[in-house]
Design a protein around this ligand. Sequence first.
Ligand SMILES: C[S@@+](CC[C@H](N)C(=O)[O-])C[C@H]1O[C@@H](n2cnc3c(N)ncnc32)[C@H](O)[C@@H]1O
Length: 232
Amino acid sequence: MLNADQAELDKFGELAHRWWDPNSEFKPLHDINPLRIDWIDQAISLAGKRVLDVGCGGGLLSEGMAVRGANVTGIDLSEKPLGVAKLHLLETGQKVDYRKISVEELAEQMPGEFDAVTCLEMLEHVPNPSSVITACARLVKPGGQVFLSTLNRNPKSYLFAVIGAEYVLQMLPKGTHDYARFIKPSELARWAKMANLEPEELVGMSYNPLTKKYSLGKDTSVNYLMRTIRHV
Ligand SMILES: C[S@@+](CC[C@H](N)C(=O)[O-])C[C@H]1O[C@@H](n2cnc3c(N)ncnc32)[C@H](O)[C@@H]1O
């Protein structure tokens, strides 16, 4: 059975035409994009690397990594965001190989073919995140790195990511996030280890509502990123 929630895919499909508008529902992704691309680039030096971006949506991260010189494949199961991602390449002249395929199926076809795999802001939208992580681990070369990001699960993350972002600040449409699908770093680390990935770095990403800016740091209580390395 496909490890996907059709309602989630439809939700992103309906908003897809606004993906590249920096003042749309996707503003938070635009705002965090330079931070996360710098973080990935520092870890693997993107230029010349073969990178898979899982749950790529409209292509903000995929195309951003291509701009840094990576050879990027972006996969998603939602048709419209992929269409928007492909159209955007026509505007910018960048190259990304976008495909509609599940990460589990791609892992059957291309095991060990990527220098790095990114799966950002996607795990909290799937029924079985552990299966996605296992597939990411199969797709990366031994010694290669898998970058994950998601939302922590605790009262503060509920307050900030659901009540604050969706209801008070209205940065995101109501219903964007389902609290029950938020993932604690300990759970993410356990799934990574089960998949033969070693967690190497845990970084928090915080939003300051006064400056309206995101920054990376030690506070992993709401948004966080994890860098893992596949055992050789
Ligand atoms: C919040 S967006 C994040 C997009 C991108 N990773 C980023 O951070 O800029 C979540 C994406 O995950 C995709 N998605 C949800 N379930 C998926 C699944 N089972 N397989 C692949 N993509 C999925 C959605 O279609 C959507 O494009």
